[in-house]
Design a protein. Structure first.
Length: 278
């Protein structure tokens, strides 16, 4: 595992993620509302279960996210499983959403390497349920600070789960065992995927990179659904997220013309005393 922070000027390879083109089936489509019901669709936030027995199962949806990645990419993989799970009991809200809306987010939005698609999809779900930005903060910082992928997929496979994933119509032989982990220190696809590829020796578009991203989808859906279940069961459950110390340090001087919560030193090389010429 590598915790090395790689600056913008030190990247050795580009980043991006391969987004599949196959469609992903969903049970929620059977409950599609009538045109009249859709016309009366209310604005978000939409209902989210508050009783534990009715809430989505984080592990079940995380497993599905791993599979969906190979057909529709990382943003759709972290979004659609939750939408589909909520649609059965909410056909006139969650059930109105078609699959593949979030495919644009793959590879950091159309392969541009910006916000990781797992965070794009997760943040959309959080906002649509009316949960506060504190949950988005928690997911964002989890992605940056956690050695990914975790062993969640491997644990489930040992417990008997057999993933069913297809890519371009062919069955994918995944997951790969004993994959390396890396800590991104960034929410950007470009930074996090490059960090992992340098740690693992993998290349963009290879089996290792795809396996890593599918597992990251698993991890982010598990984290997101766990946070949503806790919050909606008791609205007092708002996590307190500690931002990277560089954010406070840098904004002491730069707050008039710079904003953000992402670690500054994930891209910038300047030392804390750079303004003094040190």
């Amino acid at each position: 595992m590598s915790d090395k922070v790689i600056s913008r000027r030190k990247f050795l390879v580009g980043a991006g993620a391969v987004v599949g083109v196959a469609a992903v089936s969903g049970v929620g489509l059977a409950n599609r509302p009538s045109p009249a019901q859709a016309a009366a669709l209310k604005d978000v936030p939409w209902d989210y279960p508050t009783v534990a027995a009715d809430q989505p199962d984080p592990t079940k949806l995380a497993r599905r996210a791993f599979e969906v990645y190979y057909a529709s990419g990382c943003a759709e993989a972290t979004w659609w499983p939750v939408i589909d799970a909520l649609s059965a009991d909410n056909p006139t809200t969650w059930g109105t959403l078609p699959k593949n809306i979030m495919k644009y987010g793959g590879g950091g939005v159309g392969g541009w390497g910006s916000l990781c698609g797992t965070l794009n999809g997760s943040s959309a779900i959080i906002a649509m349920t009316g949960a506060p930005n504190g949950l988005i903060d928690a997911v964002m910082q989890y992605y940056a600070d956690t050695p990914l992928p975790t062993n969640g997929v491997d644990r489930d496979v040992r417990a008997g789960w057999v993933p069913v994933a297809t890519e371009s119509g062919k069955t994918v032989n995944r997951p790969l065992p004993n994959v390396p982990t890396s800590t991104a220190h960034s929410q950007l696809c470009h930074a996090s995927l490059t960090q992992w590829n340098m740690t693992s020796g993998s290349a963009i578009g290879g089996a290792g990179q795809k396996d890593r991203c599918a597992k990251a989808c698993y991890d982010l859906v598990f984290k997101t659904v766990t946070l949503l279940n806790a919050y909606h069961a008791n609205h007092a459950n708002i996590p307190v997220t500690a931002l990277d110390p560089s954010v406070t340090t840098c904004q002491t001087c730069h707050s008039p013309n710079a904003m953000g919560k992402m670690a500054c030193d994930s891209c910038h090389d300047e030392t804390p005393g750079h303004s003094l010429g040190k």
